[in-house]
Design a protein around this ligand. Structure first.
Ligand code: TYD
Length: 208
């Protein structure tokens, strides 16, 4: 069972991840949690390259390729072996983030979006989540929740982040064309407990 949590910066992903980890542990499930990008030696280097506010210029295509590379390593080292041994895998972001941030938020055409999904499927060996939760939050609300200390991508303006929010909605609408598994868009303007209750209600019938 492969579960992904995704959404814009400031949508409250971190809190939901903590709730989810506790819930999986309480059910006695053997699970592995990873964040994308990161959580492998290569992924950690790529993560700091991508997110640190450095002087290095990274063009949009290079950025997409780096996110893809980090994820390929994560699949190879952690996700695939964990799934093969019957563990539940919980990821903080996955391919959908690349489609949204490097695709929709960069004004990608529908053709380019399709290509990102396709390349992303190759880079993940076709290992895609069974269930994806999108925390849907207007960029103005997200912006207020974010601290002043922002990473390279968080620091992009409100215009970029409203394209991110819109991109998640568009991705959800076209889900069956490109992705696999189920997708659920959750209203992240609710309280953290209300958001989690919705996630839990969906997972209860799906997790062993
Ligand atoms: P995240 O782990 O949510 O950051 P934080 O440490 O603040 O919780 O995500 C890191 C950033 O990387 C976030 O702004 C989204 C961005 N990102 C992409 O642009 N493309 C991707 O493919 C992924 C996985 C993340």
């Amino acid at each position: 069972m492969f579960i992904a949590l995704d959404g814009g910066d400031g949508a409250g992903k971190g809190v939901q991840i903590e709730f989810l980890k506790r819930w999986l542990a309480e059910r006695g499930l053997d699970f592995v949690f990873v964040r994308d990008p990161g959580d492998t030696p290569l992924g950690d280097i790529i993560r700091s390259l991508l997110l640190k506010n450095s002087a290095i210029d990274i063009c949009p295509l290079a950025e997409a390729a780096l996110f893809m590379a980090s994820r390929a390593q994560l699949v190879q080292e952690i996700i695939e072996p964990a799934l093969e041994t019957g563990k539940v895998v919980l990821v903080d972001r996955y391919l959908l983030s690349t489609v949204v941030y490097q695709g929709y938020a960069n004004d990608a055409t529908e053709e380019e979006i399709a290509t990102l999904w396709r390349i992303g499927t190759v880079f993940t060996k076709g290992i895609l989540p069974d269930v994806t939760f999108i925390l849907d939050c207007p960029s103005e609300v997200c912006n207020e929740r974010l601290s002043r200390d922002r990473d390279r991508i968080e620091a992009r303006g409100i215009k970029f982040h409203s394209k991110v929010a819109q991109g998640y909605r568009q991705a959800a609408q076209t889900w069956n064309q490109y992705a696999r598994g189920e997708v659920f868009v959750i209203d992240a303007t609710l309280t953290p407990q209300e958001v989690f209750n919705k996630i839990k209600a969906i997972l209860e019938s799906r997790v062993p």
